[in-house]
Ligand binder design. Structure first.
Ligand code: MG
Length: 386
């Protein structure tokens, strides 16, 4: 028994030469708060990378770490954690992470239970609780979740953050030479069009490479079907997020009108979002994103997918490595995981921010045995938190 005595939230900011998804494109301009709208998907992005970290302490001195997205208005997430959630976690046992998760979720059900910032805050707290629970028990999170069912996870190279198709193609070839055979490109930055993008990548990477397209919710159902059918002759591995999240029936129609598997799920909040879409047969690959869900909901979404025969291919984007570690721990313990996203541009730049343990080489993630989520923030990262 070792109850939580302290819980705080902190922001990490990384100024990148090359922001996530590449530099500003013609017609895109950052406003005075450092935000710009990517024309290809009408979504706001910051010109820096940011994360919100949670640090909790227990009576016995064990520390647990969690992380969520902080790319937009990180202080909103910090306020939710420190002003609201912390006092409902202090005094409780990390080993009750699932019960605490559900109690915190229930606090706001009648006021907009799907709220993005609220669920991000809850995800970070949830990861910190699981981390502390593992450390208190002397076990990894994968062990707490039932134990490893695999020792490595196939990784696909995602986001080719180069300004031109020629450079993106050459970049993908470099990764292929390093032993990776699966790739995903982002439609909003495919300036020459998605058909040109996939045909050039296919020509450069050969017939056996797997190539997926992240369509960033930009289409109507009809235009998504047309776009996917245009890419199919070039060998499309899966089509990610083809239409607006809100249109469940539209997504089902897309999934049933094309031969390509549809992958979705990064932006969902809970297993309830998942079930609606599983029942509608709207996807064949689910892409849970740990930074938005935390371990409790990530497991629920994935286990419900496995019951339906849906493949689990976790999504992974910007972060310091803490929620990536949590995602890999869960993925090592989950049946039905067919691979995991590898954001090389983010991970390579996080070198020195977290302790060693995660390796991604020759097309596979490996994660050394450890306790909790298996890694910790280094002094360098801790010193940079505000
Ligand atoms: Mg995506």
């Amino acid at each position: 028994m070792s109850r939580v005595t302290k819980l705080e939230a902190l922001v990490y900011t990384a100024v990148r030469d090359e922001p996530y998804l590449g530099t500003l494109r013609p017609g895109e301009e950052a406003n005075k708060h450092g935000y710009f709208v990517r024309k290809g998907n009408k979504t706001v992005y910051p010109t820096v990378d940011r994360s919100v970290l949670v640090r909790l302490e227990t009576e016995s001195g064990v520390v647990g770490w969690g992380e969520t997205y902080g790319i937009v208005v990180p202080r909103a997430t910090v306020a939710i954690i420190e002003d609201l959630l912390a006092e409902f976690v202090i005094g409780r046992e990390p080993s009750e992470a699932t019960e605490i998760h559900d109690d915190l979720y229930n606090l706001m059900r009648c006021r907009g239970y799907t709220g993005g910032y609220y669920m991000d805050a809850l995800a970070a707290v949830d990861i910190a609780l699981w981390d502390a629970a593992g450390r208190l028990a002397g076990k990894s999170v994968a062990e707490l979740l039932g134990g490893r069912v695999r020792e490595s996870i196939p990784a696909y190279v995602s986001g080719l953050p180069k300004p031109t198709l020629k450079e993106r193609t050459a970049f993908a070839q470099e990764w292929m030479a390093l032993g990776f055979d699966s790739f995903k490109f982002a439609a909003p930055v495919a300036d020459d069009g998605i058909v040109k993008e996939i045909s050039e990548l296919r020509a450069a990477l050969g017939p056996d490479a797997r190539i997926a397209c992240d369509m960033h919710w930009a289409h109507t159902p009809d235009s998504a079907i047309e776009a996917i059918k245009e890419m199919e002759p070039h060998g499309l591995w899966f089509a990610e997020a083809p239409i607006a999240t809100e249109d469940v029936q539209g997504l089902a129609r897309v999934a049933q009108s094309v031969d390509t598997p549809i992958g979705v799920g990064e932006e969902w909040r809970t297993v309830h979002d998942a079930r609606l879409r599983y029942q509608a047969q709207a996807l064949s690959i689910v892409q849970p994103e740990m930074g938005h869900k935390g371990i409790t909901e990530f497991m629920r979404i994935s286990e419900a997918a496995v019951e339906k025969g849906i493949d689990v291919l976790p999504h992974a984007t910007i972060g310091t490595g803490i929620f990536l570690a949590a995602s890999l721990q869960a993925s090592l313990a989950l049946k039905g995981v067919v691979g995991h996203e590898f954001q090389h541009s983010v991970i390579s730049r996080n070198h020195g921010l977290i302790t060693d343990g995660i390796e991604c080489s020759q097309g596979e993630y490996r994660f050394a045995d450890g306790v909790g989520i298996g890694i910790e923030p280094t002094e360098k990262l801790i010193a940079a938190l505000v």
